[in-house]
Design a protein around this ligand. Structure first.
Ligand code: ZN
Length: 277
C-alpha cells in the first residue's frame, strides 16, 4: 500500500512533456451526477465487457486499466434527489447500481413575446413533429465499438457560451431546457468533428437548421447545428478535426453561431465536460 502511494505521488513528475499535453484527455468526461452531467460506475474486472442498461437504453461501457466502467449520461429532466438504476449483465449474472442525482442550478430566462412569435403554424408544427420523431430515432443510435477516447476537441474556434441547461420561459410557459453548448463565431467559421466517428445524419431542420450528427460508438454522439452548409454525407468516417461544414444561422437562430450537443444513452449532456478547459 505504501509503495503504491509512493508511485502514485511520483507519477505526474514521470510523465514526459509530449504525454503531458494529453494528460487532460484522461480526465474527461469530468463526472458529476447532476441533470445534464455524467456519472461513472466501476463494473469490475471480467474478461468480456458487461452489458449495461439504464431502463431500455444501452449505456457506454469501456475498459479503464484492469476494469470495465460505465459512463452514464444523466438527463436534464432527471429529478434531483431521485435515483437512476443501472443494470449490468456479465458472466454469471446481473448486478444493479444506483446513481443518486444531485442538484444543479442552471440559468433561466423569462421572456415576454407576442403569442404569434412562439406559436407555430399548423404546417410548421407538423414538420417539427416529423423531424422530432426522426431525430429521436437518430439519437438512440448505439453501435458496439467503443470510442478510442472520450476527449473532444472544440468543434469551432470562438467563445463558448454557458447556455447548456438554460431554461427559457415564453410568457411564463416553460420550454425544454437547452441541450447544447453555443459557440459564438462568425458565419463561415469552419466546423470540425469533435471526435472520431461516423456520420449518421445530415439534415435541414426547422429549429436546428443544417445539422450533422456523428456516432462515436457505444451511444456517444455529437451534433452540430445552424450550419450554412454540410460538407459531409451519411456513412462517411471522420477523425477528430475533419471538416463537417461552416458556422451559419440556418433554422431558428438569432444570429450565426454553432450549436454543439453531446449525447450519451440518448440524453444530452454538457459538452463542456468533454472539452479541454
Ligand atoms: Zn443552441
Amino acid at each position: 500500500m505504501e509503495r503504491r502511494r509512493f508511485l502514485l505521488t511520483l507519477a505526474p513528475a514521470l510523465i514526459a512533456p509530449a504525454q503531458a499535453a494529453h494528460a487532460w484527455a484522461a480526465k474527461v468526461p469530468r463526472v458529476s451526477a447532476v441533470p445534464g452531467g455524467v456519472a461513472r460506475i466501476g463494473l469490475g474486472s471480467y474478461e468480456r465487457a458487461p452489458l449495461a442498461r439504464l431502463g431500455d437504453k444501452r449505456v457506454l461501457v469501456m475498459r479503464e486499466a484492469d476494469q470495465w466502467v460505465a459512463i452514464v449520461g444523466v438527463a436534464l429532466a432527471a429529478k434531483p434527489g431521485s435515483k437512476l438504476r443501472v443494470q449490468a449483465e456479465r458472466a454469471g449474472g446481473y448486478e444493479r447500481f444506483e446513481i443518486a442525482v444531485a442538484r444543479k442550478a442552471y440559468a433561466s430566462q423569462h421572456l415576454k413575446v407576442s403569442p404569434d412569435q412562439v406559436d407555430l403554424s399548423t404546417e410548421d408544427l407538423a414538420r417539427h413533429e416529423r423531424e422530432r420523431v426522426h431525430l429521436e430515432r437518430v439519437l438512440r443510435t448505439f453501435s458496439d465499438s467503443p470510442p478510442a477516447t472520450l476527449a473532444m476537441v472544440q468543434p469551432a474556434a470562438g467563445q463558448r457560451l454557458s447556455t447548456f441547461g438554460r431554461r427559457r420561459y415564453f410568457n411564463d410557459q416553460p420550454r425544454n431546457p437547452h441541450g447544447g453548448m453555443d459557440i459564438a463565431a462568425p458565419a463561415g467559421t469552419p466546423v470540425v468533428a469533435a471526435n472520431a466517428g461516423r456520420v449518421i445524419d445530415v439534415g435541414d431542420y426547422f429549429f436546428l437548421g443544417r445539422t450533422v450528427v456523428l456516432d462515436h460508438g457505444q451511444g456517444l454522439l455529437s451534433l452540430y447545428s445552424h450550419l450554412t452548409a454540410a460538407d459531409t454525407a451519411v456513412a462517411e468516417s471522420v477523425s477528430a478535426g475533419t471538416p463537417l461544414g461552416k458556422v451559419g444561422a440556418t433554422g431558428r437562430a438569432t444570429g450565426p453561431h454553432l450549436h454543439f450537443s453531446v449525447y450519451l444513452n440518448a440524453v444530452a449532456v454538457d459538452p463542456a465536460l468533454f472539452l479541454r478547459d
